[in-house]
Write a protein that binds this ligand. Structure first.
Ligand code: IMP
Ligand code: MG
Length: 180
């Protein structure tokens, strides 16, 4: 078990398993009939997944535009509080096909808010890709179109995801087990 910051990390999804899955997801995305796709990565958590997925999309023959939106949902952790846009995209989304990329779908509040925002701005279609789905935690009426893995009901870190700003750099997804 890797030890990071003095903690044992149990690996849930390895770097190689994620890389393989990203290629499959990219092929699924390429199989859809998107027109001039605009990918929007939801920061901060999705930055590594989005970076890998859009390069897998290149391999699958798609050349999207890429944008970033910085959304915060405080009181954070696993319970979603008030949702705010901290930094918006630059593009006009009127008539566009959009793919939102996020790290993990839990209550669904973040992605529902973001999708509704893009639709209210006139997007033609807004689909959702997430690396992980904690479907047992869902509160909002929203379903992802592309899912890397079903996630067990544990707080996970790595591959962009943090706890208290730590562990984003891990190349895998894992669970913090306590002191090593
Ligand atoms: P939702 O709005 O409840 O779906 O929350 C989704 C957001 O909460 C994700 O984009 C993550 O940033 C964060 N989040 C939810 N579960 C976890 C977790 O297990 N580890 C790290 N971040 C999480
Ligand atoms: Mg997030």
């Amino acid at each position: 078990m890797p030890v990071v910051r003095g903690k044992d990390i149990e690996i849930l999804f390895s770097a190689s398993a994620i890389a393989r899955r990203n290629l499959e997801l990219a092929k699924e995305i390429a199989g859809r009939d998107y027109n001039d796709l605009l990918v929007i990565s939801i920061l901060k958590g999705s930055f590594i997944f989005a970076a890998d997925l859009i390069r897998a999309m290149y391999d699958a023959g798609i050349s999207p535009e890429v944008e970033f939106i910085f959304i915060s949902s405080y009181g954070a952790g696993t319970t979603a509080g008030e949702i705010r846009v901290l930094r918006d995209i630059d593009n006009d989304v009127t008539g566009r096909d959009i793919l939102l990329i996020d790290d993990i779908l839990e209550s669904g509040n973040t992605l529902k808010y973001t999708r509704d925002l893009m639709l209210s701005r006139g997007a033609r279609n807004v689909d959702i890709a997430v690396l992980l789905d904690k479907r047992m935690r869902r509160k909002a009426d929203i379903d992802p179109d592309f899912v890397g893995f079903d996630c067990p009901d544990h707080f996970v870190v790595g591959y962009g995801m943090d706890v208290a700003h730590a562990f984003r750099e891990l190349p895998f997804v894992g669970i913090v087990k306590g002191d090593a």
